[in-house]
Ligand binder design. Sequence first.
Ligand SMILES: [Zn+2]
Length: 287
Amino acid sequence: MPELPEVESLAEFLRAHATGHAVARADAASFSVLKTFDPPLTSLSGQVIAGVGRHGKFLDISTDQGLHLIMHLARAGWLRWREDLPTAPPKPGKSPLAFRLALDDGSGFDLTEAGTHKRLAVYLVRDPAEVPGVATLGPDPLGADFTADTLAGLLSGRRTQIKGVLRDQRIIAGIGNAYSDEVLHAAKMSPFKIAASMTPDEVAVLYDAIKTTLHEAIERSAGLAAADLKGEKKSGLRVHGKAGQACPICGDTIREVSFADSALQYCPTCQTGGKPLADRRLSRLLK
Ligand SMILES: [Zn+2]
């Protein structure tokens, strides 16, 4: 799933390639992709793209007439930029193509979604806060106002495991399963550590790990074409998705804990005092 660094890089890419162009047409390949009906998608035609932003993991393309095309790529979605977009609108069916936006110069992008669980979502709204997932977002960890004190306030009183806290979009916006693994590895912290139990020093370490991990991921992606971001995310990760491989810091074998629909990876030596995490504790993490 694209998380904050990838979505930020996609926004950067679209700012460079799409800003100033008028929308020729926008088409959803199925009814379920488009979550709003007013204003209609056809109203985008002729509007000029004025900016591209991000809210957590949501991409936001704004127009000169005040509309916002907001996109959430979900777990298996991606954006594919094309200099020469096919002129035919997408056909409903089994194709991974979910949405297509064509610009006045023939370029544009496709949103695609692999697999059978279709979760990719597109919204056309006058105010980003009309999108439920945007309205409830916690603070952005890259925002200037996200300080160590902000983080301390978010963790205080939370008797839940830090892995779940980091992934919760209503607490902190933009970090998902992959970067929460990476942040906790950088902070040398167990994913099961209880948020409220952290000392001020531990909060400071976690804060630095969040900022550094996200900034480094964005730097690695800077200047890459949209098509190359996915590969860069995979190769840049240290523990996430690397179970069985050697930890790049200490050489221990990276372990995995599996859940019903996801898994976390961690290094026992770096994060849990050399002890593998017990499976029976996992059910709590899912809640
Ligand atoms: Zn290690």
